[in-house]
Design a protein around this ligand. Structure first.
Ligand code: ZN
Length: 547
């Protein structure tokens, strides 16, 4: 062990009282030998991150919350964690929901078969996928397409009542697409990262103009749902929607409380196929589409988070958590969102265990379920283990009441989340916790050569660290190169293993293991924000994604 390792705060302060700062203390506790050992994770011959990712994505497949697929994947991950010698590797069930709605998942869903093709005037296969929690077809069906872009119920009834039975609905105008002028994949430049280090600030003088709160768009969702309900009552075969383009189609979920046999099939298809069909219809050429789509439903699916840990040697009841969400959408295998990052977190644990990395505090990996439906798994876990956040649903309050702070709240060290695709970690968001920034800077110093160089003071949102932040616990998300995430893979049919860059994956596993170790061995508790943050709403409570 390096002589500088584990120097206590008291020793450091006796050595150089004038320099006894948060950063100096943190630096004194850095175990350089252990970091050097963790760097074995950069070796492509010994790293297991890509083989873990391949098995998860290629063999086990998508991990939609509440589906049999996520259960199968989770069982495999638990087996792997046991094989690596982690402690208490298990599926931890979500706490019981007293309102009887299974914490928002009264039904699980999975697509079993998807056949969709145009048969006249020309035959061609159509790329697409059912919106989850919507039904398939009643066996092999076929019908003509009708372009119905009207939203207003009165107009719809006047124009189409009685005319849509047995028809497919094209529910929107075709996407007007531009060429992909900008590179699809992107890494952050030094200038991009420098800009993230500057806090967002108001104008120099005067009162900034009031910005209306971003629209909850509930009206549009309600209108789309009402329209779909009317289409159902008119006996249509199904509704097609589209988005993105350039081969990518975003497919998310419908209303999980809607009964299977009381709604229409909703299918998102590739923009180029949608455009071809819609333009043919506009030209007066009837297009007949054939489909055989089988979607399965499962009452009250088992809901759980996946956990495993390495017990700390000195302060085992104090905990550092690393992780990300385990659930994915279902049109691909969810490689960048968020299977690849799960493989990174698992590899970080394997590296810590295999290298016998000294750990004072317990390091736990938590892979969350139900993130895509509004950070549900992490929120329930935080409420149950630490308190301070919202717990299980209460009557009239689906997001639950605030749970009182528990004793474990004070024993918590930090949570580090990965969920912005699988691009290389370039820094970390301090989440408005100014006191933690110098500590993170000192932790990045030994790994600067791996490209992790910046601490942004800003908040970043929309994923599971928010469940910790909302409970007054230090929860952080890394700054990562975006790669192809937004234009191509995020929630799309193209989110496959190919989108994972092996070198980025290996670097990230070393960086995550390093941060977990340094947090575990830090001389004291990481500073917390002085005031509890205003609660941030969950990321994507997507009740429905429109037409
Ligand atoms: Zn995600």
């Amino acid at each position: 062990m390096n002589r500088r390792s584990f120097m206590t705060a008291a020793a450091a302060s006796a050595f150089a009282p004038a320099l006894f700062t948060a950063r100096a203390t943190a630096e004194a506790a850095i175990n350089y030998d252990a970091i050097a050992a963790l760097r074995s994770g950069l070796n492509e011959n010994t790293s297991q991150v890509m083989s873990t990712a391949s098995y998860m994505m290629d063999v086990l497949g998508p991990r939609l919350s509440g589906s049999p697929g996520i259960r199968k994947s989770a069982d495999w991950v638990v087996g792997k964690m046991k094989e690596w010698g982690l402690t208490d590797a298990t599926l931890e069930p979500w706490p019981t929901d007293p309102t009887g709605t299974n914490n928002g998942f009264p039904r699980g869903w999975a697509n079993r078969k998807f056949y969709l093709a145009a048969i006249t005037p020309n035959a061609f296969p159509i790329t697409g996928m059912s919106v989850s929690w919507t039904p398939g077809t009643k066996g092999l069906v076929s019908g003509e397409c009708v372009l119905v872009t009207e939203l207003d119920e009165k107009v719809l009834k006047e124009k189409y009542a009685g005319k849509l039975r047995g028809k497919w609905i094209l529910g929107q105008t075709p996407t007007v697409m531009r060429a992909q002028w900008d590179p699809v994949a992107k890494r952050y430049t030094k200038e991009d990262l420098d800009a993230l280090e500057i806090p967002a600030r108001p104008p120099e003088t005067g009162t900034p103009p009031a910005t209306p709160p971003s629209p909850p768009n509930l009206q549009a969702v309600a209108q789309a749902n009402a329209r779909n309900a009317w289409f159902f009552s008119e006996g249509v075969l199904g509704v097609f929607a589209t988005n993105k383009g350039h081969g990518a189609v975003n497919v998310q979920g419908g209303v999980r409380t809607d009964l299977p046999d009381q709604q229409i099939p909703r299918i998102n298809i590739e923009a180029e196929h949608y455009g071809r069909i819609a333009r043919s219809v506009q030209l007066g050429q009837p297009v007949v589409i054939e489909a055989d789509i089988q979607n399965d439903w499962f009452d009250n699916p088992e809901m759980f988070n996946v956990v495993g840990e390495i017990r700390g040697t000195e302060l085992p009841s104090e905990v550092v958590i690393i992780g990300g969400h385990f659930d994915s959408w279902h049109a691909a295998t969810g490689a960048t969102d968020n299977g690849g990052p799960c493989a990174i977190a698992l590899e970080a644990m394997r590296l810590l265990k295999a290298n016998k990395t000294p750990l004072k505090r317990t390091v736990r990996v938590c892979l969350w379920n139900g993130e895509e439906q509004g950070l549900i798994g992490s929120r329930l876990y935080v409420a149950q283990h630490f308190g301070g956040g919202r717990g299980v649903p209460a009557p009239g309050n689906a997001r639950g009441n605030i749970v009182p702070i528990k004793r474990e709240h004070s024993r918590f060290q930090a949570y580090f989340n990965l969920d912005n695709g699988a691009g290389s970690i370039r820094g970390i968001y301090a989440q408005s916790n100014a006191a933690v920034a110098p500590i993170f800077r000192s932790w990045m110093e030994p790994v600067r050569d791996l490209g992790m160089t910046h601490v942004s003071p800003r908040n970043t949102g929309s994923t599971d660290h928010i469940s910790f932040d909302n409970a007054g616990l230090p929860g952080f998300q890394f700054i990562q190169d975006p790669l192809e995430y937004e234009p191509k893979t995020h929630h799309t049919n193209l989110d496959f293993f190919e989108a994972l860059q092996p070198e980025d994956m290996r670097r990230n596993s070393v960086l995550l293991a390093t941060f977990a170790m340094l947090a575990s061995n830090h001389p004291g508790k990481l500073p917390r924000k002085s005031r509890p943050p205003a609660e941030t709403p969950p990321a994507s409570p997507t009740p429905s994604q429109g037409p």
